[in-house]
Structure formats: C-alpha cells, structure tokens
Design a protein around this ligand. Structure first.
Ligand code: UGA
Length: 453
C-alpha cells in the first residue's frame, strides 16, 4: 500500500521504516530539511538500536521528502506523527498537528485516504482533524472533487530504546475509527504484523512467545483515551513501587524483592515495578499532565494520577537528601553522575532525571561531573550552560568525587572496574538510583553503596 508519514521523530520514523520493511511504499515527510537530507543519505538522526540497519534493508520502499505535493497525492494511508510538546498548562501544543492536517487536506486526492493520528493527541482530536481536513478540502480551487477521507486513531505504544521490537512485535494494535472503511484499510496495512507473516530481521529475531497480535478496534475517543490511560497506568505502577520503597526503607525490607514478590502475581505482572529515581522521558510526564488537563476541562480531578506525579518528583529530592545525609555538607563537594539519558539505549534527554538532579546539586553548590555512553554530545548541545563537567569514561568521572550516583542503568555500568573507581574517589560512596548494581561486588571493591528504595 502507499503510505505517507508526517513527522520523522521517534514514532514517525520507526513506523515508516517498519511499514516499509514489511513491504509498503512509504513516504516520510518532515519540514526539517537537514533531517530529510541525512535520512536520504542513510543517516539516522536519533539513537535507536538497529534503526539504521532496518532503514538500509527497507530503503527501496522508502522516500524521504519535505514536500506534501510529493507525499500525499495517491497515499491510501497518511499517518500524522508530529510533535505535541507540552504547554505550561499541561495541555499539549497542537500547532504542528493542525498544520499537518491542513496541508494533508490541501493535497489528498484519492477516493478514500485514511488519515491516522499516531501522535499522542487529546481526546477529541480525531473529530478536530476531521474538521480541519474538511475545511482544507473545501478551500481548494477545485473544491476537492472526488476526494474522500476517513480519520482514525492508532496510538503508539513503542518504547524508546526498543522501538523496533515494540513495532514489529507489539502486544496489541489499537485502531479507533468511527468509519468501518478506515478499519478495513488499516487492517490490510497491518496484516503482516497482526499475522506475523514477515521474515524477521536477523538482528531483531521474533521472540518465541509472539503469536498473532491482537487487534482492538474501537471508536475514536476510546482509542485516544487508551493511549493516555496506558501511559498513566505505567507511570503510576512505577510511582506505586517507589511509594512502597519508602516503607521498605523504614522497615528494613528489600524493595527489589518486594517488587518481584508482587509482580509474580499474574494480575499485577512483573514489569514497571523497578524502584529508584523514577520515570523521565517525553511521554509519562507530558501525558499524565495532559490527562489531568483534559479531565479538568470536564470538572474532574484525577487524584491517583496527580499523586503518581508528586511521588515521581519526590524521588529526585530523595537523591539529594540521601547525599546530604551521607556527606553532611554538599557545598564544595564533587559528585559524579553515571548516565544522562532518561533510560538506557537512547540519547534522549527530555525530562531526564539526570538534568533535574544535576541542577538540584548545582543549586546547592556542588560541582557535578557526568558520563553517558551515547548522550554526551546531545547534552553538550542542549544543556551546555548548566556547568556540568562531561567526562569520557566512568573512571574519569570518579576522579576526585565525594560520591557517585548511578542515574541510568546502562548495561556497561554493571561491570565497571570498581576497584580502580574506588581508588580514584575522595570518598568511595555510590548511590545506586536504579537498583542495578551488585552490592557485594561493590563492597568487595571498597565502595559503600546506598540505594533509593
Ligand atoms: C513510554 C511507554 O512505555 C510506551 O509504551 C509509550 O509508547 C511511550 O512512553 C510513548 O508514549 O511514546 P518510553 O517513555 O520510551 O515509553 O520509556 P519507558 O520504557 O516507558 O520508560 C519511561 C521511564 O520510566 C524511564 O525513565 C525509565 O527509567 C522509567 N522506569 C521504567 C522506571 O523508573 N521503573 C520501571 O520499572 C520502568
């Protein structure tokens, strides 16, 4: 099928490359000329494992463009995957979405184009996009004769760092559409993934447990709410374990064991129960704020979602409190951060806990050093003014430090030369913010390990 995707961020690019890989003819559009130029040359502008490899394999089915005239006419499906950054009120900024909808309406020409919201958009956006498309068609000189369209919502559940895995082997595909024709088109589009009939790339083998993928078809508003509810639930699962962590700390329980113990109950499930410094990233914070803002428009309060946000922000303060308790005076100390990205396997720094924690420490007169296996360059570009001293290795960070804090659980941090690190530090203290390190190993190396539970 002929597909156009507006926006080449994490969601748009991953979706485009995966759909091209399973055999569709995909046009990826972005207004950023340099991004499109890089993609044409096979360079992927984001750090996402195997994306460059899959793009290379799917190259013959991919066209990268900045022109709506090139991408939209003839497309059977158009995905809108543009950014919806938060505004100060918590409600998302829908400017890019509305621009995209208008431009699509100006250029679509087939009897039925299915326009799909893939960006996380407020409930009711499906109807709004519908009206923008209709206005754009009506304003065309030829009146958009023979142009027909249907709007659908197809929320994305991929995680950065495992975006391709999540797209090729999803837990479910949700399609919200009020018109049955839209559902039929999207069913055909996703069939190779739903039935798992494509040959898996060697570097992303199909997990043995993956069978046919469930398709959930709903009305527009339900699909839109599923996306927000899913992210809010995952966020509150993390905040729940962090709240229980506070109790665990007081009563002398091990929060990792508690998480395992409750997660083995199949009604609860083991994932997203890792305690620590809490969630970061561009989604949980933005989407919980947007859900609260939407509820507010209907005069509703969401105390559970609000509490999840408060607990998450308190976890960052607890890092500072722990260090203060241990070192007594923070002013003039040197503290090293291991990890800057908001999670491993990405260089994304949006809402990264490292930034918030670094700022809190700097505000207290601490000299902050940091390392990250992939996000250093991005940090330098985006947060140069903060005054964090960036280092080429974990060992270099440790040099002269009064404490280290593990912020991002990159796998390479699990097996560092801890003896060497301990020797380089002024005080051999490490705060494991992710319950990722082996306490015995660290203690043998002469390090005192603290944790945030
Ligand atoms: C999240 C959702 O998991 C995806 O399903 C969704 O599609 C995406 O948002 C989105 O809306 O676009 P993502 O933000 O990429 O994906 O990353 P996650 O793996 O969910 O991690 C989010 C944060 O939670 C990270 O900072 C991670 O370190 C933290 N986390 C995760 C914990 O603190 N504890 C856990 O047990 C799990």
């Amino acid at each position: 099928m002929r597909v156009a995707i507006i926006g080449t961020g994490y969601v748009g690019l991953t979706t485009g490359v995966c759909l091209a890989f399973i055999g569709h003819d995909v046009y990826c559009l972005d207004s950023d000329k340099s991004k499109i130029e890089a993609l044409r040359n096979g360079r992927v502008p984001i750090f996402e494992p195997f994306l460059a490899e899959l793009l290379e394999e799917a190259r013959s089915n991919l066209t990268f463009t900045t022109c709506y005239e090139e991408a939209i006419p003839g497309a059977e499906v158009v995905f809108i995957a543009v950014g919806t950054p938060p505004t100060p009120s918590g409600a998302p900024n829908l400017e890019f979405l509305s621009q995209a909808a208008r431009s699509i309406g100006q250029h679509m020409n087939s009897h039925l184009t299915v326009v799909v919201n893939k960006s996380t958009v407020p409930i009711g956006s499906g109807n709004w996009v519908d009206s923008l498309l209709r206005d754009a068609i009506d304003s065309r000189q030829n009146g958009g004769e023979h142009t027909g369209f249907a709007v659908a919502s197809n929320p994305e559940f991929l995680r950065e760092g495992s975006a391709l895995h999540d797209s090729l082997y999803p837990d479910r595909i949700v399609i919200g559409a009020d018109e049955p024709r839209a559902l039929e088109v999207l069913y055909t589009l996703y069939r190779p993934i739903l039935d798992q009939t494509f040959s898996a790339p060697t570097y992303l083998p199909r997990p043995e447990t993956v069978g046919a993928v469930p398709l959930l078809s709903t009305d527009l508003a339900s699909a839109e709410l599923i996306k927000y509810a899913a992210n809010a639930f995952l966020a509150l699962k993390i905040s729940f374990i962090n709240e229980i962590g506070l109790v665990a700390e007081r009563v002398g329980a091990d929060i990792s064991e508690v998480g395992r113990g409750i997660g083995l109950d199949s009604r609860i499930g083991p994932r997203f129960l890792s305690a620590g410094i809490g969630w970061g990233g561009s989604c949980f914070g933005k989407d919980t704020a947007a859900l609260i803002a939407t509820a507010g428009e209907y005069g509703l309060h969401l105390p559970i979602v609000e509490a999840a946000r408060k607990i998450n922000s308190r976890q960052r303060d607890r890092v500072v409190e722990k260090l203060l308790h241990e070192l007594k005076i923070l002013k003039g100390r040197t503290i090293g951060l291991l990890g800057l990205a908001f999670k491993p396997n990405t260089d994304d720094l949006r809402e990264a806990p490292a930034i918030e924690i670094a700022q809190k420490l700097i505000d207290r007169g601490v000299r902050v050093k940091a390392h990250d296996p992939v996000a250093i360059d991005r940090f330098e570009r985006e947060h140069k003014g903060m005054g964090v001293l960036l280092c080429g290795s974990a060992c270099e960070v440790a040099e002269g430090c009064d404490a280290l804090v593990l912020i991002t659980e990159w796998s390479e941090y699990r097996d560092l030369e801890w003896e060497e690190i301990a020797k380089k530090m002024r005080c051999p203290i490490i705060l494991d913010g992710r319950h990722a390190l082996d306490a015995e190993k660290l203690s043998r190396a002469g390090l005192r390990m603290l944790s945030i539970s």
